[in-house]
Design a protein around this ligand. Sequence first.
Ligand SMILES: [Zn+2]
Ligand SMILES: [Zn+2]
Length: 358
Amino acid sequence: MTRHLDLALTLAALGWHVFPLAPRDKRPLANCLSCRDNPECSRGDYAVCPCLPDGQWCHGVRAATTDPDRIRTWWRRRPDAVPAIAAGPSGLVLIDLDAHTERLPSDPAAELLPGIRLIGDQVSGDFTGVRTGRDVLLLLARLRGGPRPWPTDPGYQPATVTTPSGGRHLWYRAPHVPDGRRLRQALGQLGWQIDIKAGWSYGIAPGATTVTGHYQRTAGDPARVGRMPEWLAEEVLRVAIDRPAPPAAPALAASSGSGCSRSAAYLVTVIDNGAAELAALTDGRKSSLSALAYKTGGLLAWSGLSRSSVEDRLVTAGTVSGLPERLARRIVHRALTNGLARPLAEPKGQVRPTVNSY
Ligand SMILES: [Zn+2]
Ligand SMILES: [Zn+2]
């Protein structure tokens, strides 16, 4: 589809960092075999990956580029690929407003806007009109945005896209982030059916078409993306600032080289590799975390590690990837329990143990 190549080139010329997705599942095109088997790469140490400087599309969003030659090469190889945009490298934040026909959360006053108490005199307790992420964002605007939450000045106009499922994408210029911190994605943490894609997370390029339909630009100009109203920037920073990397848990790592601690180090490496993969995912995070916790459960008895130590590490992997903590804990608990009930044989594969993987 030359239309996607043209779109990718047009956005790249505006500084939007582009990379290719598979047209069916909207996941990044698969890594080459050597990246898949290379423990450094799969742990997320992209500095050692020969494919990235070589212009391959390995590692999904990490390959995102504005280089037109690279983009042409990719789409010559995969003309049907769907262009996606890496938010952070492009200096953008995507506010992704879903319109799933889900039932309201069981306790809407507490769950529509996690972390914000919906107080009676500002918001009535009747949430029956709330259906979509857009409704929830309007609710937040009413609470936090003052009398005129949406400035009409074009400097505040996001590039706005209607998604095939009836959702909405608002591409904003990334707000200023305090020194030493970065933005990351936050799924459902700002509000029910609201995801924030920032840092190394991504969204379908405005104007692209997937098997589910067209991402139709409806307002705003990708050449002049506006900034968020100040109240919204504050709320985004509240939920989408990265956390400091978790400690390397030295008690878990191998030091003596005994068989037992080597088994422990093996499992830690499995978890850390899985955590790095998880952090790079946008879709499928819940099932990936579940699969990782299941495998960990299967190896736990053999490793000699305690359940609580791996459980915390897995939950952290989930929250760092952007899942709400309660959800991550629930997924990990269930999958770990199931995995423990089905112990795996001692692994034969070679995973290089590492002491400090984060
Ligand atoms: Zn590769
Ligand atoms: Zn690689």
